[in-house]
Design a protein. Sequence first.
Length: 156
Amino acid sequence: MPLYECVFIARNDVTQQQVDAIADQITAVLAEQGGEVKKREYWGLRGLAYKIKKNRKGHYMLLGIDATPAAMQEAERQLGLNEDVLREMTLRIEAIDEAPSAILARRGDDRERERGFRGPRPPGRFSSGRRDRGDEREEFRARPRDEIEPSMGEAE
């Protein structure tokens, strides 16, 4: 039987258990028609690139499936009918990789890597860009008030 990878995105206001229930439903549909889910990964609640049906986030789930094309059509139809599923994509693949997907592998690297102390910041790195020139420039030198605005009596 051909092999498939199916990723679906569920609404952000459903729980992880409800997302697992959707995956269980697809597993049952495939089992009825002689297929089987060989790999199942929950990728978590992630941000979407753009709003889908007024949602900014969604629960991602990956399924590695071994089933007939007719069984996959029925599974895709069931996902399309489910109101909690925002998007679904199924691809035919040559082999199901048993190792964690790139999404889960990257998440594990982020947790293992800790940011250490990098040392003090160099002086002046985050200054406004103006050099400290003090009061040496002419426009900032204190001038007598007579030079700035002549008095009203002198104007006559």
